[in-house]
Design a protein around this ligand. Structure first.
Ligand SMILES: [Zn+2]
Length: 357
């Protein structure tokens, strides 16, 4: 079939749009709806599975049904209301949000309607002197939406989620900052890769999957990988870019391209093919050694069914799991190129080449 051509959106514009949408683990409706719209013109079929994963299929040209799955999680970390306390909201966290940076954050409380609020904390003047220099434990923080107790209880219930409200802005020299770059930056790369694949012949079927609930235990990757049953899977996520105070052996250079992971979670021949693709297409990349659990969708993907040859491609970001994650925009574009060129390079011999002796 003929796929209607559409020009790729600008990287920053798409990053801004996707990162500013809410989508806390298990409550991904808003981001999911937008992803379905974005994938639809780029795919032959788009469906949503029972857990809420979005699964888009671009059919390959040879009709043999060999499957590449490219998966990036759509959920983000956030907060959930645990108690209405005299007009204020007590909360706990969903996913590994960095509670030390919560005080004074703008938030949206997703009650009967969305309510703007602030993570409030007591002024230093009323704290015992010893506590003034300490981090505030999250159980001493509360959200204030400015409503009295009666009106608040009409609009907000225990279990309603609270997302961080943060505008994504451009920084100097092609960088950007905002929330939920983990992992919407990879969804931007995935959309850009699908745009590139409109102009490139690919023989394999390509499944672009936006997974749910990664931040609470890779839940969506488990079911979507089982459902797609790919021959090769690539998980996409963010990783740690170097920054002051972080150990250089635990972080990666940024603005050097995507990180291609290596370790027991990764099939060695998928790793080798990714590196080969980057080299032969002159796409910058760095190697990331991950000696155990990668903490990504790749971990679930690898052990689905009888085992899936799995790779992991990551984009280095600074200040992960804070509302001020920071990225180099062209690392997103380099990742998109790597994914598209990898997908286009799969052929009739790939499966034989992947087999372990
Ligand atoms: Zn994360």
């Amino acid at each position: 079939m003929t796929i209607p051509q559409s020009s790729a959106p600008a990287t920053f514009d798409l990053l801004k749009e996707l990162t500013e949408l809410p989508g806390i683990s298990g409550h991904e409706d808003a981001i999911r709806a937008r992803l379905v719209e974005l994938f639809a013109p780029l795919a032959d079929d788009v469906r949503v599975d029972p857990l809420g994963n979005v699964i888009a299929l671009r059919r390959g040209t040879d009709g043999l049904g060999r499957r590449l799955m490219l998966a990036a999680h759509m959920d983000e970390i956030g907060l959930v209301v645990t108690k209405l306390d005299r007009g204020f909201l007590r909360f706990t966290t969903i996913g590994g949000i960095n509670a030390r940076v919560l005080p004074s954050q703008d938030v949206i409380v997703h009650g009967k309607r969305d309510l703007p609020g602030i993570v409030a904390s007591r002024p230093p003047h009323v704290l015992p002197p010893a506590s003034r220099k300490e981090n505030i434990p999250s159980n001493e923080l509360f959200v204030d939406v400015g409503l009295g107790a009666a009106e608040l209880s009409e609009l907000v219930s225990v279990g309603d989620v609270i997302s961080i409200q943060r505008e994504t802005i451009q920084l100097g020299q092609g960088k950007a900052t905002g929330k939920a770059f983990d992992n919407r930056a990879c969804l931007v790369a995935l959309v850009l890769a699908l745009h590139r694949l409109q102009d490139v012949r690919h023989t394999w079927d390509i499944y672009a999957v936006a997974t749910v609930q990664e931040e609470v235990g890779l839940r969506g990757a488990v079911t979507s990988t089982f459902g797609v049953a790919p021959d090769v899977g690539i998980a996409l996520d963010v990783t740690f870019a170097d920054q002051p105070g972080a150990a250089s052996d635990e972080t990666l250079a940024w603005d050097k391209g995507a990180a291609i992971a290596l370790g027991p979670n990764i099939h060695p021949n998928v790793y080798a093919k990714l590196v080969d693709t980057a080299k032969s297409n002159e796409i910058p990349y760095v190697v990331e050694v991950l000696p155990g659990n990668t903490g990504t969708d790749a971990w679930a993907m690898q052990v689905t069914q009888a085992g899936i040859p799995t790779g992991l491609v990551s984009i280095p970001i600074r200040s992960m799991h804070t509302p001020g994650e920071t990225i180099v925009l062209r690392d997103i574009e380099r990742t998109a190129r790597l994914l598209a060129d990898f997908a286009a390079g799969l052929d009739g011999e790939t499966l034989d080449n992947l087999r372990l002796e």
